[in-house]
Design a protein around this ligand. Structure first.
Ligand code: FMN
Length: 185
């Protein structure tokens, strides 16, 4: 079992990338493999004229990483109440060719963190909608870490026990454990 993590933030000290790393630890604790995709910044703006064959190299690498994963965990920030453009752009690339997206039937889950009080809930909702449009199997899990600069530990684990549990649930659903992974508070 192999889980791919994709953070929607390019920022070096991203809260979402830290949250994803914490999720990756949980995945590995349960004997599965975890890989974080590092190439989001290299993906060019979507242009249908460039969308021929395998497409640009960075796009082909993401397609390959998705195809090689059994499940994908996204951690997204919220920019102006929506999904950051770089992440939406990557999903747009992955949505093609229509009907043959590498995301089709792929189990995916979305979590998110923001420094605002609502924890990127709108961005997460939009990302779930967009992923659903590609044919991905979007897990019915939710984790919105608001005030992430205060609510995430340096390790990326939420300090709130209910949120730690929600992260475990998100990971657990992706690993095929419907009850989620219970994480010690
Ligand atoms: C362009 C921009 C727009 C933002 N819009 C929102 C927003 O709509 N809602 C929100 O909660 N936070 C918003 N923020 C604050 C982000 O939540 C905050 O920068 C967060 O740390 C980004 O995630 P990261 O730490 O993973 O990079 C915005 C930040 C930027 C740079």
């Amino acid at each position: 079992m192999r889980v791919l993590g994709i953070s929607g933030s390019l920022r070096r000290d991203s809260h979402n990338t830290r949250l994803l790393r914490a999720a990756g630890e949980l995945v590995q604790e349960h004997g599965a493999e975890f890989e974080a995709f590092e190439g989001l910044k290299a993906i060019p703006p979507y242009d249908e004229d460039d969308d021929v064959g395998e497409g640009p190299g960075a796009v082909a690498r993401l397609r390959e990483a998705i195809a090689g994963a059994d499940a994908i965990l996204f951690a997204t920030p919220e920019y102006n109440s929506s999904v950051p453009g770089v992440l939406k752009n990557a999903v747009d690339w992955m949505s093609r060719p229509a009907g043959k997206s590498p995301l089709r039937n792929k189990p995916v889950a979305v979590v998110g963190a923001s420094t605002g009080m609502f924890g990127a809930v709108w961005a997460q909702a939009e990302l779930r909608k967009v992923l659903g449009a590609t044919g991905a199997r979007v897990a019915d899990v939710e984790l919105a870490v608001g005030h992430a600069h205060e609510q995430l530990e340096p390790s990326g684990h939420p300090s709130d026990p209910a949120q730690r549990e929600a992260l475990g649930d998100a990971v657990g659903v992706l690993l095929g454990e419907p009850q989620g992974l219970r994480v010690a508070a």
